[in-house]
Design a binder for this molecule. Sequence first.
Ligand SMILES: [Zn+2]
Length: 482
Amino acid sequence: MGKANRIAALILAALMLAGSPVQAQSDLPELGDAAGVDLSLRTERRIGQEIMDEIRQREPSYLDDPEIEAYLNQLGGRLVAASPEPGLGFYFFPLQDPMINAFAMFGGYVGVNSGLILAVQNESELAGVLAHEISHVTQRHLARILEKQKQVSTASLLAMAAALLAARSNADLAGAAMTSATAGAAQAQLGFSRDFEREADRVGFQILEKAGFDVRSMSTFFARLQRATRSYENNAPVYLRTHPLNVERISDMQNREVELPYRQVPDSMDFHLVRAKLQAMRGTPVEAESHFRTLLQEQKAAPVWAAQYGLAVALARQKNWRDAEQVLAEVRGKRALSPMIERLYAESRIHRGDVSGGLAVLKEALGRFPNASALVYSYAELLLQAGRLEEAQRFLDAQVQRTSQDDRLYLLQAKVHAARGRFAQQHRALAEAYLLRGQLPAAIEQLEIAQKVKGTDFYELSAIDARLRQLKRRQQDEAKDK
Ligand SMILES: [Zn+2]
């Protein structure tokens, strides 16, 4: 049972809950009649956020890794900027799943399986798949499918939603129930039509070209996928099922390429490091270590520093910090630095007992890569662990000033406030984190808890009151939308 089906089921279940009588007890957004809905972008975004939240909390393959996530958003962001809708908000997230797959959901949420990242042969191929998914969103294919979904029986979708609710805590069970309850319904809905596929290919191609990637990578990857399904140990079928490939599609791609000059596009450093990290997270830590040692011994590693980084990740998984530090010191000695290498190097030093040395490495890396969010989180965590609470708070406040859209920052802020006994501030920070995850009622609840904390000073209290009024007004507006 593939994760794609499970998530597909979640999407449909969320939609159905939205338009069904179940709505009464649920705080999911209402869509009106499920058939013939016209999804406004705002509603789409809200549904996407709900599903994303569901995935974060209940999908076992969801990969909570800020470094891999940051890489996907950097690559994806570059492609979105070259798309017909550069202003549309997108959010890319990784899943630890060997199936070769990527999928777009409502509101610009795009899931990318580790299996895809490891199966591509260069960064342009990965960009090609993402550009295709981005195009499904910019061309609003999902919404257009739903507008036409009258032929799907509401009863079967409701059965699915019920099955999902019944088996909520057990994703595998939910998945199994889904397949039997709905048979082909979810499949038929989520596989895009040929026309949509062709449009996504065409728009994706333009995005790829404009963003400066090798446009030939698209047909190369798809053709390889189709030809060599077996060599991917049968990990390809999901993608091929939701994105039916045929000779026509591939020759369309090739016809477009002919007109363009050949372009050699080097892979980014992060591309190699992310792949090495994903590879190092596979199997047991010992297996991962021997994989990279063999690569390095047989001199098959291209590039060598990425394999060394992968080896260090595998060593870190075994808590062999001494060897990890040594390998990373070697990489740092010969290669331009990367935030991923610096972070693991700092972590290794700290685990070896050199806290101030590790913090110094992170601080210097932050100076060089101020936008590397994983460095920010690590630095704040370490200050917290070292008991340097005021410093941690000042640091996080400054980060929130820079970017107020990062839920992880607020969660860290809440931790630091809690450690300092500032409970009103803790709940206020939690409210912001929940809000960014689309949980408006939970955010309001946190502010109400914050209001009741005794001994809070006047200024803090008025800030809490003001924010609470704002959120309650937003809740009323959303209720009116329905
Ligand atoms: Zn597609």
